[in-house]
Design a protein around this ligand. Structure first.
Ligand code: G3P
Ligand code: CA
Length: 264
C-alpha cells in the first residue's frame, strides 16, 4: 500500500467476543472473558438475566440445563429456570464442566464481577439484556448496577466502551429514557424506513450477519446509527462483514477474526 491508500482505508471493525472466547472456554464465564482479553478482543458480548432474588447474572439460556450441572445438583427443582432460583443457588452450580473438565468449578458470574474485570483491563462491553419482558424493571436494576461499580460507568462512557443491546426494543427505549448517556443497540433488522425514527433515540442497529447487505449497513450509517453484526465464525463471512464496513463483528473466534483483520 502507498501511504495515501492506507489513509483511505476505512477503520477496522471492533473484535467482539461472543459470550467471551466461547470456542476455547465455557461461554459467559470469567474464564471465557479472560481468554477473550488474552486473545486481544476489543470487547466481550454477554447475556444478562435476573435471578429470583434480584441479582443480575451472566447467562444465555432461560434455564440452567445446558450450561450447568443443575439437573444433578438441584434434583427435583426442574425446569431450572434462572428466574426461579436465587443467586446463591446458581453459584453452587458448575458452569464449566459441560464445556471441558478443565473448567470444572467455573460458575455463572454476577454482572458486577464482569464489570470489575473489564474495567481493570480496559475491555469493552456489549451487554445484551435477555428477555426483559419476563423481568419487569430490569432496566432500572441494570442502570443501578452500572452506576454502583466504582468508576465503571464514567470511564466506560468516556472511553466509549459500553453498549447495552436487546431484541426487545421497548426495553432499550425504557433504558434510554432512564439513562440517556448509555448507548443502546437494537438487535435485528428493522425496516429501513424506520431507521431515521429509531436514530432519534437509539445508537446502534445490530443485525444477524447473514441477512445484511452493504446497502443496509449504509442505510444504518446514513441514519446516524452504528452497526455490529453477529455471530460471524467463518473466515469468509468475517472478511465479508469487514468489507461491508460494519463497526463491530461479534464472533465466537476472536483470535481468528483478529488474525484476518491484522489488528496490530
Ligand atoms: O450479540 C447478539 C447475539 O448474541 C444474539 O444472539 O442468542 O447469541 O444471544 P444470542
Ligand atoms: Ca447474546
Amino acid at each position: 500500500h502507498r501511504p495515501a491508500d492506507r489513509l483511505r482505508q476505512p477503520s477496522q471493525p471492533a473484535v467482539v467476543a461472543h459470550r467471551g472466547a466461547s470456542v476455547q472456554a465455557p461461554e459467559n464465564t470469567l474464564a471465557a472473558f479472560r481468554r477473550a482479553i488474552v486473545l486481544g478482543a476489543s470487547a466481550v458480548e454477554i447475556d444478562v438475566q435476573r435471578t429470583r432474588d434480584g441479582a443480575l447474572v451472566v447467562l444465555h439460556d432461560a434455564t440452567l440445563t445446558r450450561t450447568t450441572d443443575a439437573e444433578t445438583r438441584l434434583p427435583g427443582r426442574g425446569p431450572w429456570r434462572v428466574a426461579d432460583l436465587t443467586y446463591d443457588e446458581v453459584a453452587t452450580l458448575d458452569a464449566g464442566s459441560w464445556h471441558d473438565r478443565a473448567y470444572a468449578g467455573e460458575r455463572a458470574p454476577l454482572l458486577r464481577e464482569v464489570l470489575d474485570l473489564l474495567h481493570a483491563t480496559g475491555t469493552g462491553l456489549l451487554l445484551e439484556v435477555k428477555s426483559p419482558s419476563s423481568a419487569p424493571g430490569i432496566e432500572a436494576d441494570l442502570h443501578a448496577e452500572l452506576r454502583s461499580a466504582p468508576g465503571y460507568l464514567a470511564d466506560a462512557l468516556w472511553e466509549q466502551r459500553l453498549v447495552v443491546q436487546s431484541f426487545d426494543h421497548d426495553s432499550m427505549r425504557r433504558l434510554k429514557e432512564r439513562a440517556p448517556d448509555v448507548p443502546v443497540g437494537l438487535l435485528g433488522s428493522p425496516p429501513r424506513r424506520r431507521l431515521p425514527e429509531l436514530a432519534t433515540w437509539a445508537d446502534q442497529v445490530n443485525p444477524r450477519h447473514r441477512s445484511v447487505r452493504a446497502s443496509f449497513v449504509d442505510a444504518v450509517h446514513d441514519a446516524g446509527l452504528a452497526c455490529q453484526v453477529w455471530t460471524v465464525d467463518r473466515a469468509t463471512d468475517m472478511l465479508r462483514a469487514a468489507a461491508l464496513g460494519v463497526d463491530g463483528v461479534i464472533t465466537n473466534r476472536p483470535d481468528v477474526l483478529r488474525g484476518l483483520l491484522r489488528v496490530p
